[in-house]
Design a protein around this ligand. Structure first.
Ligand code: ATP
Ligand code: MG
Length: 447
């Protein structure tokens, strides 16, 4: 097995050897190279202690000296070089109490999570594969290094990482590893929201976002995302839907681009169906207001998982409007852009498309035609600079005050009403007409 190592990585390894130490590319980069995937970054593991690494290389950054990590800078590129390490006893299923350095590569590989992540490589020694990582790559299997239950006791995040790698690589998870995942699922409660967020997003933007279902079946979502469990198996009894809400969700996830906000929106867009399901007097199933309820649930979930405000705001708005219907004609389209917001309107159309593609095949063709019309209309409205929001009116608050209107909250209401009028009839968007209209409105309010 030969792996093509980038020049700079080979240089760092070579320098370490010249100084009497061992050094290897390790972990994800070895795994990805064998798989023919482009590694995200090249991590290096070495027998040299951090201070020794710092002595050898001109420019370094103390990334995590306590954990043995020094970043070596070559030109503008940084490479993490970490000393062979043994993790001490773990506290709370997450933090090793202390780490100690070792001169034995095998000890370092032993502490790693999965066999496919526990291989090392350099040009001098070739592939070091002590736990059968290569065999597991060939049989496309995620398997813990050593005893799965013990490994999850040490760090429960590994439970979620197993699903994440499974989704990224399309691999199965070994049976014993699966059993341990389920029996230790509760430990995920001890893991910080930030670490869970990272793994969840990686899972969602992977080639298999539908593997969220694996996390459900193994009893994991129950711990960190019980809202998913509430839609599992939920029937809609609607001619537009042929799937239960969870299966529809999985298909919608697959139908949208691999971008965090879009995948998060699809994941949660119908969560509110679990709370809004009713049977009306004709015996029909309804989910009144489910988009609004889903949006509120999503906001709470995103806060709980410590997502940034931008993501939270965007995802929540996409969910809030995901099922909005409007006719493909200019005034309705302008009103839709006003409500949803221009900043996310293209994403909104992507969400509606993914939602549609996950419904009954019978309605997809007509639905796509309608969405195509809406997209063309949107483009035309933007290209022509048509007015659909307050700041695009031919007048602003100051103009109206100059024309004699009173300052105050009423002025804001009048501007909103002018916007609605212009949304319906673009020809009204001249200073003269709008000032006249505003004066009429004020007069009417006074009466
Ligand atoms: P990615 O492509 O996401 O970067 P990766 O395999 O490089 O994948 P990282 O999270 O960057 O994953 O970790 C680098 C390596 O460190 C892993 O390949 C694994 O060997 C080890 N590792 C990371 N996190 C853990 C953990 N929680 N428990 C055990 N080993 C871990
Ligand atoms: Mg990595």
């Amino acid at each position: 097995m030969t792996i093509q190592i980038p020049e700079k990585v080979a240089f760092i390894i070579g320098e370490l050897y010249k100084n009497g130490y061992e050094a290897f590319a390790v972990g994800g980069c070895v795994r990805d190279s064998i798989l023919g995937r482009t590694p995200q970054d090249w991590d290096i593991t070495t027998s040299a202690k951090p201070l020794e690494v710092k002595k050898i290389f001109g420019r370094t950054i103390d990334t995590g000296l306590k954990h043995g990590t020094v970043t070596v800078m070559l030109d503008k590129e940084g490479f993490e070089v970490t000393t062979y390490r043994v993790d001490g006893a773990y506290e709370d299923n997450r933090h090793p109490k202390d780490v100690s350095f070792t001169s034995d590569l095998e000890e370092d590989l032993k502490r790693r999570d999965f066999t496919i992540n526990a291989m090392a490589y350099n040009e001098q020694a070739g592939l070091v594969d002590i736990f059968g990582g290569l065999k597991d790559i060939k049989s496309r299997m995620i398997r813990c290094v050593g005893n799965a239950g013990e490994r999850f006791d040490e760090d429960a995040l590994r439970i979620l990482r197993a699903v994440r790698f499974s989704a990224q690589l399309g691999f199965d998870i070994d049976e014993q590893t699966c059993e341990a995942m389920t029996s230790k699922a509760d430990h995920l409660k001890n893991i910080s929201a930030e670490r869970i967020q990272t793994e969840l997003v990686k899972l969602l933007v992977s080639d298999h976002p539908e593997y969220i279902d694996k996390a459900f079946k193994l009893g994991l979502t129950n711990v960190f995302l019980p809202e998913y469990d509430a839609i599992a198996g939920l029937e809609t009894h609607s001619p537009k839907h042929i799937y239960t809400v969870d299966v529809h969700t999985q298909k919608a996830l697959q139908a949208v681009e691999a971008v965090p906000a879009l995948r998060l929106a699809m994941l949660m867009h119908d969560f509110g169906k679990s709370k809004t399901k009713k049977t009306d007097s004709d015996g029909r199933t309804t989910f009144k207001n489910h988009a609004q309820v889903s949006a509120e649930m999503a906001r709470r979930i995103l806060r709980r998982l410590k997502f940034d405000n931008d993501t939270t705001d965007k995802v929540t708005r996409l969910i809030r409007w995901h099922s909005m219907k409007y006719n493909p004609e200019p005034a309705s389209a302008r009103r839709a852009i006003n409500r949803v917001g221009r900043d996310i309107f293209e994403d909104f159309l992507k969400v509606q498309t993914a939602d549609l593609l996950a419904k009954s095949p019978d309605i997809i063709e007509d639905g796509l035609k309608l969405l195509k019309e809406k997209e063309l209309l949107y483009r035309q409205i933007i290209d022509e600079g048509q007015c659909f929001e307050i700041k695009m009116l031919a007048v602003n608050g100051r103009d109206l005050i100059q024309a004699g209107l009173k300052e105050g909250p009423m002025l804001g209401k009048i501007l909103e009403q002018l916007t609605e009028a212009v949304i319906d009839d673009q020809a009204l968007n001249t200073k003269e007409q709008l000032i006249q209209k505003a004066l009429d409105m004020e007069e009417k309010i006074k009466d």
